[in-house]
Design a protein around this ligand. Sequence first.
Ligand code: NAD
Length: 494
Amino acid sequence: MNTPVLPGLSGGQIVELQHFIGGKSCASSDGETLQIFSPVSEQIIASSARGTLDDVNLAVCAARAQFDGGPWRKLSGAQRGVLISKLADLVERDAEQLADMDAGCIGRVPIEPRLLDLPNAIETLRHSAGWADKIEGRTIPTSGYMGQPSLSYTLREPVGVVAAIVPWNTPLMITCWKLGPLLAAGCTVVIKPSEETPLSALRLAKLCQEAGIPDGVVNVVTGTGNVVGKALCEHPGIDKVTFTGSPEVGREIQRTAGPLFKRISLELGGKSPQIIFDDANLAAAAQGCAMGVFFNQGQICAAGTRILVHRDIASQFAQMLAGAAKSVKVGNPLEEGVQMGPVAKKGQFERVNRYIRQGIADGATVLAGGETQHQTGWFVQPTIFADANNDMSIAQDEIFGPVATVISFDDEEEAIRIANHSRYGLAATVWTTDSARAHRVAGKLCAGAVGINCWAPIDARLPWGGFKTSGLGRECGLSGVLSYTEEKVITVLT
Ligand code: NAD
């Protein structure tokens, strides 16, 4: 199998990546690097600087200097908006390359990030640019101060220097969900991309420089989570940590950054239900469910992999999904006609297969796919389980692979109860042609985003985030921008 080609390279060449700190590329202080492997060929495709505590300190100091009185802090909201808009234009100019960088690192079919991640990232930047001069306070009528009339009003101030810690599954889009709003609010940032996917974040930082955003406002330190990520969470120069990733690391971040009273927002995992009622348009529901399970090899936080189906149509619907799974062409994502590449890394391959074995051991029936033997590349088979119940680990745990579990229910109340019986609460979908039921059920689901007859509607203007173990706080839209501000109240006697 050919080595997948990252943009601008011919097969076999290795990209060498460095941090981007204070507007300059630099190696790590001890010269160490990390290797990045193609999930298709398992060959090295890139190496990145392996960040040290000194590198983190340098980057935080650069971001701090800009925040504490550098040229960035002197810009008005309108001026910041112009710069973020320019950045959006540059990302649009380089969109194909950026999409291909992300796709190449995790073995994704390039058309997916080109069609979804990049347009969303660009829109997020443009939407954020629009907010930059609209971050307003309020005047609040009070009963006065100790018998004297007074005027009270609020200001929204930027929270400070942000550490943005990002996962590998949709790296550029998630980086922009953080970068656009935090720049609009007037913050500065140190980005810590995932070990597997630092390319697009580094390019994005260089585009910030090209857009005219002052050096030091946007810094990128590459390296491991337990060195770079942890050091950022503990660094006294960091005011807020915005994290997207697993609940396990989210918990760890609360342990490190929480006691230091840093502001924390967490976008974590999910095990999102898709509820199919017996009056649903089954063809549309099957197509939507298949997308919710197979998109990005199922490596999506909002993957709708708990398929709850009314008992009368459960068997028919499970067969429809199994048919969809069998029709997916798995292979080298750069080959014509291939719809699904490998999962991103060896650990994911082992995790997916472990859950498939567990599902079988627990008594669920495999209708399509099943365990995959390893050859070259971390390919797994799209898998559909039927005859499952909601207590099985395949129904409760985030597998982060193309595996769905079909569970039947008898009535609306039971569907809601099963849907909400999960430690997660990120997204949910209701498939029905009864609009009153659709809204009734949507209102009762514990999820940050509910789609009615559509899976995981993501939009730059809509707040995104989870209930329960799926996270803390919201990204995107006005909620995302305000999450990078502190509210201050000022009172004057009148
Ligand atoms: P992960 O938690 O393993 O890693 C995420 C990031 O945290 C990486 O950059 C990693 O280096 C860093 N990290 C690791 N240990 C750290 C530590 N101790 N301190 C600070 N940082 C540390 O997650 P992943 O495997 O990269 O991504 C998959 C997870 O992300 C899934 O659970 C998925 O659901 C979740 N996710 C959620 C959303 C959302 O919007 N809710 C979006 C995408 C992905």
